[in-house]
Design a binder for this molecule. Structure first.
Ligand code: ZN
Length: 407
């Protein structure tokens, strides 16, 4: 309540500064700095490898905020690089600063019931306005249901998912928790358990499977969107996995696809990106060199050699940095790289059953209430707010406080 009051009072004591809510249009970060008269050296060239790699994560379409003073000069910038972290730039005449700080977002569990009229994708999209919800639904059931053959008009769909909100707006992809499709009297269930989809018996529904892009070696660094470095007191996220192997080891395409990037990225060195379809992009960094004939636009087959392991970019030792992106967001490659075990057993099975029972109850509750789908408002490309200078700083302080609480 008190917080709500503060927000109401702020505009009254407002300075003439404003916060702009904008959408990243796909320009380069360097261009962004230049256009806003921000120092390139302090905010780009002199940064650590970790920070430069974080910059490479800024995705087209990301919503970001710029605080400007009464003359229209940029004072602060917040740009999300993942669901968890954002770049915070503070402009200062002497020394501008660049930091990765946590994103404050709230997560709400939501769910709805929908009756099929045309097709699940079309109906979910039409009712919610959200391509994301439609996509994750399709994705979760595509291995267990034939949408054309098995689903008919009048069939019932239930979806339960976590949705993040930032500044009151929907933020990032929803995370499906469980879903159910009732066709006639048959109920089909899907459960998202630790990032993988399972049916009601705890059998993994085989998702999109990548092969390991290098042979041998070991994983020297795992995936993390929000890794805290306790000695340096900074966040050092890691947007992929590192396979430590000797220099010159061939790198294989983890899945078939089209090469969409083959070149240099600051922090990552020689990089190849492959679009693998289905919203997936794989990234192979720090390469010594690319295999002959590898260029943008070329199609490669799963397992085909695309380059060789090296130490280019800001790399600590010979390894392949392997990144997997889904709909433009980094995901944990270990969840989609082929592994032998597909069934849960022992302790994992027990905790799966507990999770399943909880979700089944939730699904029944939504059916009982017949909760309609939410309508997601589209993002307004530029919403200028005439609010106090204090506001973004206040949110920054909240974030610092949360960081202290966490560690
Ligand atoms: Zn790495």
């Amino acid at each position: 309540m008190i917080r709500f009051l503060i927000i109401l009072i702020l505009p009254i004591i407002a300075f003439a500064s404003q916060v702009q809510y904008l959408r990243w249009d796909g320009n380069s970060y360097l261009q962004f700095l230049q256009e806003n008269h921000l120092p390139l050296k302090q905010l780009y060239y002199n940064l650590s490898g970790d920070n430069q790699r974080a910059i490479a994560e800024i995705q087209k379409g990301t919503h970001y905020q710029v605080l400007k003073d009464s003359n229209g000069t940029v004072e602060q910038v917040l740009i999300p690089v993942s669901d968890e972290l954002q770049i915070h730039i503070v402009k200062n005449n002497v020394h501008s600063t660049f930091k990765l700080i946590p994103i404050i977002s709230t997560t709400k569990q939501e769910g709805f019931v929908l009756h099929i009229n045309n097709s699940p994708y079309y109906d979910i999209l039409k009712d919610t306005n959200s391509r994301s919800l439609a996509s994750i639904f399709l994705d979760s059931f595509k291995k267990s249901i034939n949408f054309k053959r098995d689903i008919h008009k009048g069939d019932k769909v239930v979806m339960i998912y976590d949705q993040k909100y930032r500044f009151g707006h929907v933020f990032s992809m929803p995370k499906l928790l469980a879903a159910m499709v009732q066709t006639g009297k048959t109920k089909h269930y899907v459960y998202n358990f630790h990032g993988r989809y399972y049916d009601g018996r705890g059998h993994q529904l085989q998702g999109f499977i990548f092969i390991r892009p290098v042979k041998g070696g070991w994983i020297s660094s795992t995936f993390s969107l929000r890794r805290w470095q306790p000695i340096l007191h900074i966040y050092r996220p890691h947007f992929g996995v590192d396979y430590a192997v000797v220099i010159g080891t061939p790198i294989h395409a983890a899945a078939s696809g089209k090469i969409i990037y083959a070149g240099w990225i600051r922090g990552y060195g020689n990089v190849i990106k492959i679009s693998n379809g289905d919203g997936y992009v794989t990234l192979y960094a720090h390469q010594k060199r690319f295999k002959r004939g590898i260029r943008v636009g070329k199609y490669v087959k799963q397992g085909q050699t695309i380059g060789y392991v090296g130490v280019t970019g800001l790399s600590t030792g010979p390894h392949l940095h392997f990144g997997v992106y889904r709909y433009g967001r980094a995901i944990n490659p270990e969840l989609v790289v082929q592994k032998a075990t597909k069934r849960l057993w022992g302790k994992a099975k027990k905790s799966f059953i507990a999770y399943k029972e909880k979700m089944d109850k939730n699904i029944d509750r939504y059916i009982l209430k017949n909760t309609p789908p939410p309508v997601i408002k589209p993002f307004q490309s530029m919403c200028k707010l005439n609010i106090s200078k204090l506001n973004p700083m206040e949110s920054y302080h909240q974030q610092i406080q949360q960081r202290i609480k966490m560690h």
